[in-house]
Design a protein around this ligand. Structure first.
Ligand code: B12
Length: 527
């Protein structure tokens, strides 16, 4: 890792550390990584997908001789016996999973085990993370983790030498500078997914969705996205040879690959050479990827992608409201969006459309128009997400300045709860619209139509989406009731003009829950 070599002679430290551990005949150090589960179900719960962070960092430590185990809660439950035997516990968090990450960190720290937090939430709020953990890694974790490992291996590396680390030095919080250079992706080991508990079943990956990254960074800078802040605007590519080596591991294994790039075709030549190599080597793989709309104009590349195994493309359409599109920094029209979905379907690839509700220019009619578009266009599956001001984004800064953030209950930051004050609608109106959009997109007639057309996997997704929607509504019964009260329409008599903020909604929801539970105990109401 060239960036590190300029700051710490890592290779020398590593050799020294290996020899030292041999001399003292030390047992290997043990690390456990945790990826906490989100508080609410979402459409992807059908396919438990780990993020790559823990797997990559775990592989780096394993290559240094550590014993590593990774628990991704959506894949398998955490084995706390293993956790309590660890010399270091790393916890990966995004905003909606931060509260659970903190609960886990508090408990593990109580047992005297050092905890380091990382990921796209604590990167922006390291002080918050340090209230629960010993250390926080900001930004990319590869370089910091390698140096931190050397620290734990006892070879004289101080915490002050770990780039990107936030930590406490005699009670004072210190934020070490970030690595001088972003990590060279060709130096990062391919993540060993067998380190993830429960990901391999009976020695096989069959049926799993395999995450692979071919690029990092995004040249665009959408106001609501935290990727550029984390990974930079410069696109970094992995050498196609290395990617193919990774793909070869899954030859004939019946897996589906999901390319985790923010835009798989950001560099079309790169995407083309990966597809070409998949075909040249006769790899019979099925895969999906996230792309931007423009790719649909390149029919040749679409056809090549299809031949190389592409089955679904995930596209951020965001909205059909031109003002909302301008707000999100996307220059695309509804006609172009429709045409794009049609070209992709013509190429034999399905489109998963991602829409965002809640831009400042979004009125009820705009949200309705977006839903209608989604239903009429050749989009196979869709998600309607609420605009969410994730820490570290321009959107979050703007709404904060305007005093429009309603809550910092991070578990509500899952794009399925309204967490800020929309401009043209009430929180309840927009929340209702989001829930209804899913019901109407995944309606029974549309589900049955897929069944009738023998599109069985798609029909399965529709039925699953309906179940998830129903589960979400059940789990959020009190939240929805309180939201109603907040809008002056429910029995709780909260006056929305009296400066009540979102915390009141939570409080009202809690009270309602207690009241209903009491009634249930007395037998006056059904549970
Ligand atoms: C794949 C993916 C998914 C998958 C799998 C998700 C999962 N298991 O969480 C699916 C499609 C299900 C999904 C869903 C969602 N996602 Co998503 N997703 C991604 C994506 C595209 C790739 C993740 C990845 O593996 N990246 C590559 C690896 C290498 O990065 P990494 O895991 O962050 O790890 C690096 C650092 O963060 C750090 N690090 C990470 N963990 C740790 C731990 C330690 C101890 C240390 C030291 C360092 C460290 O070091 C790592 C190596 O450099 C990212 C965008 C992106 N480019 O990262 C969005 C992203 C993570 N998703 C995001 C969001 C908002 C969501 C959703 C809430 C909404 C949605 N879009 O549907 C849901 C919620 C899911 C959930 N778990 O609650 C946001 C998170 C923002 C935030 N602040 O929380 C991101 C960043 C996208 C964005 N546009 O901003 N997602």
């Amino acid at each position: 890792m060239p960036g590190v070599l300029q700051q710490v002679p890592i290779d020398i430290i590593r050799v020294f550390s290996d020899v030292w551990r041999l001399v003292i005949n030390a047992a290997p150090l043990r690390a456990v990584f945790l990826e906490p589960k989100p508080p609410n179900p979402h459409i992807f719960s059908l396919y438990p997908l780990p993020r790559l962070g823990s797997a990559i960092l775990g592989t780096i430590l394993r290559d240094r001789g550590w014993e590593v185990r990774i628990f991704v809660e959506e894949v398998a439950p955490i084995d706390f016996y293993r956790v309590l035997q660890a010399d270091l516990v790393g916890i990966s968090s995004i905003t909606p999973t931060a509260p659970r990450a903190y609960v886990l960190a508090d408990e593990i720290r109580k047992a005297g085990i050092p905890v380091v937090l990382g990921g796209s939430h604590v990167t922006w709020l390291p002080e918050e993370g340090l209230a629960h953990a010993d250390m926080v890694v900001r930004g990319e974790g590869e370089i910091p983790m390698a140096v931190l490992a050397a620290h734990f291996e006892g070879c004289g590396v101080g915490l002050d030498q770990v780039p990107g680390l936030s930590w406490r030095d005699e009670g004072r919080i210190v934020h070490n500078p970030l690595p001088e250079e972003p990590v060279d992706l060709n130096e990062v080991p391919a993540p060993d997914l067998t380190l993830i508990e429960g990901f391999v079943r009976d020695g096989s990956f069959s049926g799993a969705v395999i995450p692979i990254q071919t690029t990092r960074g995004c040249p665009h800078n959408c106001a609501f996205c935290s990727v550029t802040g984390m990974f930079g605007r410069k696109l970094r590519r992995r050498n196609p040879e290395i990617i193919l080596e990774e793909l070869e591991k899954y030859r004939d294994s019946g897996v589906v690959v999901f390319f985790y790039d923010d835009n798989f075709t950001a560099d079309r030549a790169h995407a083309r050479s990966i597809c070409g190599m998949i075909l040249d080597r006769g790899l019979d793989l099925k895969w999906s990827a996230q792309v931007r709309l423009e790719i649909a104009q390149d029919e040749e590349l679409l056809a090549l992608m299809r031949r190389a195994g592409c089955r679904t493309l995930f596209i951020g359409f965001e909205s059909v409201n031109p003002l909302a599109l301008a707000e999100s920094g996307k220059s695309q029209s509804a006609v172009e969006m429709f045409e794009a979905a049609r070209s992709i379907r013509r190429a034999g690839i399905a489109t998963h459309g991602m829409f965002i509700l809640g831009f400042d220019s979004d009125g009820a009619a705009d949200l309705e128009a977006t839903l209608r578009f989604a239903k009429r266009s050749p989009i196979a599956t869709a998600q309607f997400l609420l605009l969410t001001p994730f820490p570290g984004t321009r959107l979050s800064e703007r709404l904060e300045d305007q005093g429009r953030i309603l809550t910092r209950d991070w578990d509500l930051y899952d794009t399925h709860h309204v967490v800020f004050s929309p401009k043209l609608l009430t929180p309840r109106q927009i929340q209702k619209k989001q829930v209804r959009s899913h019901w109407r997109f995944y309606s029974w007639p549309r589900s049955l139509l897929n069944l009738a057309r023998l599109k069985l996997p798609r029909a399965g997704i529709y039925i699953y989406a309906r179940r998830i929607n129903a589960k979400w509504k059940r789990q959020n019964r009190f939240y929805l009731k309180a939201l109603k009260a907040f809008s002056g329409k429910g029995p709780f008599l909260l006056n929305p003009c009296s400066g009540h903020r979102f915390e009141d909604i939570r409080l009202a929801a809690e009270k309602a829950r207690e009241r209903i539970q009491k009634r249930t105990v007395c037998g006056t109401s059904k549970p």
